[in-house]
Design a protein around this ligand. Structure first.
Ligand code: SAJ
Length: 458
């Protein structure tokens, strides 16, 4: 029976390991974090994902976790490849470390699979040379890059159902890796070389990022023209060859906000990809610009954020636009409160929905969780009835009927230019008695309420 050693038990490695085990493969899961290993060996899961608990039930007799690899037929690397925020260059330290951990156990005929997303050429330049420190040469061991393509929230269905790209070092490597994935993959398998597979994965996420940036730019352009971008997008998408994506408060997640930089890190020519990144990264500023305009003249304004996860119906906050929005809003002097029923841990306090809105001046929907769609505005005890729907998910008529001023990102209503909250206008700009933005009197901070942010709906 085949034995696979999976290095990295995160959002990709663990579901992959469990899928193999549930299909009859003996799996050793390796993670450098003792806490993850202990959690799994005590029968618990370190994170949630639809369907993973029952999969774990099917897999647990053939799966166990440890902190070091051991001899196996196949080694699969699924460790993080973060972006260095200072340089916008990939941090390959976890991949290098994983390859070095495998080397002492590597034997002729073993297959090593890299699933982690990496800049083109990383397999040849970084991974294979470290594996060869075993004394076994590439060709004597088999090697393939097989990028993961599953979307969080549907990870298990997509891992089994999506088509896969398999980029082998040579023919034998490609065929062996194909056979290994056919254990549980029902989707079509497409074969190529390692460098092309690395490039394809980055192209996919960059394509999505650039298209979201275009939608975000359309939203801002439409507003300058006094046009509702949502209606415009619906109409444009009636064209048989046009698919405009949805504008929003920014792009988060561990992939789309990062991978375009991997594609361009060695390029001296490309501009469109970097510009798209900048457009998407500037969307929290744009939402704050709208909020500032709505809150002008309100004393000690409090903003209430609904949704800190990077996208709807998941609890993942990696690279969430909420981080930047909160930091900008706090720096500007607003008091900020947050609520997210899907998120368990967040660096700032998360509050129960009722407590978060109580006495606040502007509710901002940053994440498209389904549960937010049905909020009853009649039950909200806000000081000022302002709402910004940055995802266009609310029933706006219901909210205006309850006396709310509703602003949807991209709806085309005019945004009054207002100086940053708390800034005194230069002398002479405002008449002495004019209303002007007023900074909160107390220092801004997150209120401490329920620790996990779960609460009833209003
Ligand atoms: N977003 C928008 N407007 C849209 C679509 C998305 O603002 O029209 C935002 C989301 O709110 C979120 C971000 O973009 O903040 C990314 O979300 P997503 O659902 O587009 O993608 P991810 O990051 O969850 O997963 C992506 C997927 N890649 C593609 O669809 C090309 C997934 O298939 C990959 O496996 C995954 O990246 C990955 O791990 O690389």
């Amino acid at each position: 029976m085949m034995k696979i050693c999976v290095l990295g038990l995160g959002y990709i490695g663990l579901p992959t390991a469990l899928l193999f085990a549930a299909h009859g493969v003996n799996v050793v899961g390796v993670d450098v974090k003792q806490s993850v290993v202990d959690c799994l060996n005590h029968g618990n899961l370190p994170f949630s994902e639809p369907g993973i608990e029952s999969l774990y039930g099917e897999a647990k007799d053939r799966f166990f976790a440890r902190t070091e690899p051991e001899a196996a037929d196949v080694f699969l690397i699924a460790v993080p490849t973060p972006l260095d925020p200072a340089t916008k260059v990939s941090d390959l330290s976890y991949v290098k470390n994983a390859a070095e951990m495998i080397a002492p156990h590597l034997r002729e005929g073993n297959l090593i699979i890299l699933e982690s997303t990496v800049p083109p050429g990383t397999s040849e330049r970084v991974v294979i040379p470290r594996l060869e420190k075993s004394g076994v040469a590439a060709g004597e061991f088999l090697y393939a890059h097989c990028p993961e393509r599953a979307i969080p929230g549907r990870t298990l269905q997509e891992m089994a159902g999506n088509c896969r790209i398999i980029g082998g070092y040579d023919r034998d490597s490609t065929d062996r890796a194909t056979a290994v994935y056919q254990t549980f993959v029902r989707g079509q398998i497409y074969q190529t070389d390692t460098r092309t597979a690395e490039f394809v994965k980055l192209m996919e996420n960059t394509c999505r990022d650039v298209n979201i940036a275009l939608a975000n730019e359309f939203a801002q352009l439409a507003e300058e023209c006094g046009i509702n971008v949502w209606e415009a997008i619906t109409l444009a998408n009636k064209h048989p060859r046009v698919t405009v994506l949805n504008p929003g408060p920014g792009v988060g997640g561990h992939c789309i906000a990062i991978d375009p930089w991997f594609l361009t890190e060695n390029s001296t020519r490309c501009r469109m990809v970097a510009t798209a990144r900048e457009v998407n990264d500037s969307m929290p500023n744009y939402v704050l610009h709208i909020a500032r305009s709505m809150l002008a003249g309100i004393r000690n304004p409090t903003i209430c954020i609904f949704g800190v996860a990077y996208k709807g119906n998941i609890g993942d906050t990696r690279e969430s636009p909420a981080f930047k929005f909160i930091q900008l809003a706090e720096n500007e002097g607003y008091t900020v409160r947050c609520h997210d029923p899907h998120v368990k841990e967040f660096p700032h306090s998360l509050m129960d929905a009722t407590d978060a809105v109580a006495g606040s001046d502007c509710l901002i929907i940053l994440t498209d969780h389904d549960c937010f769609r049905t909020i009853d505005p009649a039950g909200l005890r806000m000081r000022t009835k302002l709402v910004i729907d940055a995802r266009n998910i609310l029933d706006h008529e219901k909210w205006t009927d309850q006396g709310f001023a509703v602003r949807v990102l991209g709806d085309g209503s005019p945004i009054q230019p207002v100086p940053l909250a708390g800034l005194m206008a230069p002398a002479g700009l405002y008449p002495a008695d004019a209303t002007r933005p007023v900074a909160p009197s107390s220092s801004p901070s997150f209120s401490l309420l329920s620790p996990n942010g779960r609460g009833g709906y209003l």
